[in-house]
Design a protein around this ligand. Structure first.
Ligand code: PBG
Length: 323
């Protein structure tokens, strides 16, 4: 035999030297749920090791995470039902606890990057990402609401705006509103190829944000489609997105790979709540090794071409990766 591939695997030193894909904590974005109040740290039943935090509890947690090397956070608000309405007006209200918390976090930790989510669902009494009129999710009427929400978040100090709503034209509309308000340095990471997925369940539990009627298939993409992701990405790129996200990650590694080859800007992937819950459930049953499964999943997302990964595993990974 002239060629023996096993020679390149014969010791850890050689395996590490020829390793093709790097995965480090610098690639991870940590999604965190915020709740109004004090002294709150509620574990999310379907998302073990993840909590709804009040700001006072979150500040020391962020410090711990920074010491582990996590510098980018995606924050989501768990909004009280009484504050939800059909037009998501709380999303840009002056006394919005989430916007106040972001301001405080940026003051306390100027070196972190904060990403936000732009969509109506956490604030909407209908539980949809867009405005509902006569049972339909209307596109163009949703855009001004998303723009107001984005400008309010930029004012609070958000570094990266994350439109997750999948309305047509929203990236360009938000970019223009941010620029007009003077926020030319605020980035947009668009949820570009966001599929109507079964894997968002635990997230909707965390925020109690599931649609009250219908599903999200008229705006989120059909999991059967690959070429359509190219169209979405082309539009977001031309409208001024700084980074393009694929969501979920694991069932969509082909989409990550495709966008990485076609677009000259960073590609990110959202390792969503259901993907995280599956690993926990299996590990709790003793059916697989949690640390190894997490590492392999995150590595596969990087190998497919993701530059950054949003993942609920960020802190656990940072901890076991140090050892
Ligand atoms: C809101 C939003 C969702 C997620 C991120 N932003 C839920 C949805 O679209 O229904 C899901 C994230 C996850 O499951 O981890 N538009």
């Amino acid at each position: 035999m002239n060629i023996r591939p096993r020679r390149n695997r014969k010791s850890a030193a050689i395996r590490n030297m020829v390793e093709e894909t790097q995965l480090g904590v610098q690639h991870l974005i940590y999604p965190i749920f915020l709740k109004d109040g004090k002294n709150i740290k509620e574990e999310i039943a379907s998302l073990p090791n993840n909590y709804r935090w009040s700001l006072d509890q979150l500040i020391p947690e962020i410090e711990t995470c920074m010491n582990l090397g996590i510098y980018t956070y995606d924050l989501f608000p768990a909004v009280d039902e009484s504050l939800k309405d059909t037009i998501a007006s709380y999303s840009y209200a002056d006394d919005n606890f989430y916007l106040k918390a972001i301001r405080k976090l940026k003051e306390t930790f100027p070196e972190i990057a904060i990403m936000s989510d732009v969509a109506m669902d956490p604030y909407s009494s209908d539980g949809h990402d867009g405005l509902v009129v006569d049972g339909r999710i209307v596109n163009d009427e949703t855009l001004p609401i998303l723009a107001k929400m984005s400008v309010a978040q930029a004012q609070a100090g958000v570094d990266i705006i994350g439109p997750s709503d999948m309305m047509d034209g929203r990236v360009g509309y938000i970019r223009e509103a941010l620029d007009l308000a003077g926020f030319t340095d605020t980035s947009i990471m668009s949820y570009t190829a966001k599929y109507a997925s079964a894997f968002y369940g635990p997230f909707r539990d965390a925020l109690n944000s599931a649609p009250k009627a219908g599903d999200k298939k008229s705006y989120q993409m059909n999991p059967a489609n690959q070429r359509e992701a190219l169209l979405e990405a082309q539009l977001d790129f031309e409208e001024g997105a700084d980074m393009l996200m694929v969501k979920p990650a694991l069932c969509y590694l082909d989409i990550i790979h495709l966008l990485k080859q076609q677009f000259p800007i960073p590609i990110t992937a959202y390792n969503v709540s259901g993907e995280c819950a599956m690993v926990h459930a299996a590990a709790q049953n003793g059916w697989l090794n949690y640390d190894l499964a997490v590492y392999e999943m995150l590595l596969s997302i990087r190998r497919a071409g993701a530059d950054g990964i949003l993942t609920y595993f960020a802190k656990d990974f940072a901890e076991f990766n140090k050892k």
